[in-house]
Design a protein around this ligand. Structure first.
Ligand code: MF3
Ligand code: CO
Length: 291
């Protein structure tokens, strides 16, 4: 990749510095991993400092909207009301919900209850009831920059076993983050999350994963939680992606709603939980951008 740029040319990152003083060593290091057969990021996945600042502004809105949901969510409301909160709280901050009209998705947020794994569609017919667990997945576009995160909420008196699923899924992010560092592999993180889920008696959804995010809603790489240590894409400073494992109380198998073409359910009808954060790989580790 570096061969196309001369050492005295301007760096590809737009810093205005000469390539040899900027990303030359960085590219050489990436190239050495590529030569060993590893999957490595292309330049367009490396965010510039300006892009990172703009994405962080988007994430401020994303976090504020989820904070609003956290304060107001309760038994007796409909998921349609959550959709309205997300729409209103997003646009009043000058942003747009990223899911609205995304590939035909009809709403401003995903609301996934109990055995719904993800991509639940808000509806005035779905009323939150005592004992439900729900994932609210919120994604935001501000000035063209994307942020994406989701949280779980327990409604009223939630059974001990469902609470534990929600808690372990949240903890799995911490477990995965311990493996996130520059020049490591996404599979290090994926395997750590998978091992942790299994140790706790749960299974991890295979078909749906996280994704690069920031300039587009869904960028490379695809982020699996059934991957193996030392495999998948090399993590390098400037990459941004989500960590969003879906952990099932029962078996890993899932199916898609035939009628709406979106919502994913557990095959065995047992509950599923998911938390999602957006992170940036830095020179020394990572930074959490949205949560
Ligand atoms: N935040 C979700 C994700 O990226 C959005 C999925 S697209 C949707 O994982 F249309 F289903 F919302
Ligand atoms: Co996402």
């Amino acid at each position: 990749m570096s061969l196309k740029i001369g050492r005295n040319d301007d760096c590809w990152c737009g810093s205005g510095l000469k390539y040899k003083k900027c990303h030359y060593n960085f590219d050489m290091k990436i190239e050495s991993f590529a030569r060993e057969g590893h999957e490595v990021p292309t330049h367009d996945l490396i965010k510039t400092p300006e892009e990172i600042e703009a994405i962080k502004e988007s994430a401020k809105v994303n976090i504020a909207v989820l904070d609003y949901v956290a304060e107001h969510i309760r038994e007796g409301i409909t998921t349609e009301e959550i959709d309205q909160w997300v729409y209103n709280e997003t646009v009043k901050r000058g942003a747009i919900p990223a899911t609205l009209d995304y590939e035909g998705f009809p709403k401003s947020v995903c609301t996934s209850l109990n055995d719904e794994v993800c991509h639940g569609i808000p509806s005035d017919k779905v009323v939150l009831k005592d004992g439900d667990i729900i994932n609210v997945d919120c994604s935001t576009i501000l000035h063209g920059y994307f942020s994406d995160s989701s949280r779980m909420f327990c409604i009223g008196n939630v059974s001990e076993e469902k609470r534990r699923l929600v808690e372990i899924t949240k903890q799995s992010l911490e477990v995965g983050l311990k493996e996130v560092k520059p020049w490591g592999f996404l599979g290090d993180m994926g395997q750590a999350i998978n091992d942790f889920a299994k140790e706790n008696g749960y299974s991890v959804v295979r078909e749906i994963g996280g994704h690069g995010v920031g300039i587009e809603f869904h960028e490379e790489p695809w982020v699996s939680y059934v991957s193996k240590r030392g495999t998948e894409m090399l993590m390098v400073p400037g990459m941004m992606f989500t960590i969003e494992p879906m952990i099932n109380m029962g078996k890993a198998d899932i199916y898609e709603d035939e009628d709406n073409g979106w919502t994913i359910y557990t095959r065995d009808g047992k509950p599923s939980a998911q938390w999602e954060i957006q992170i940036l790989i830095t020179e020394t580790g990572y930074e959490i951008i949205s949560y």
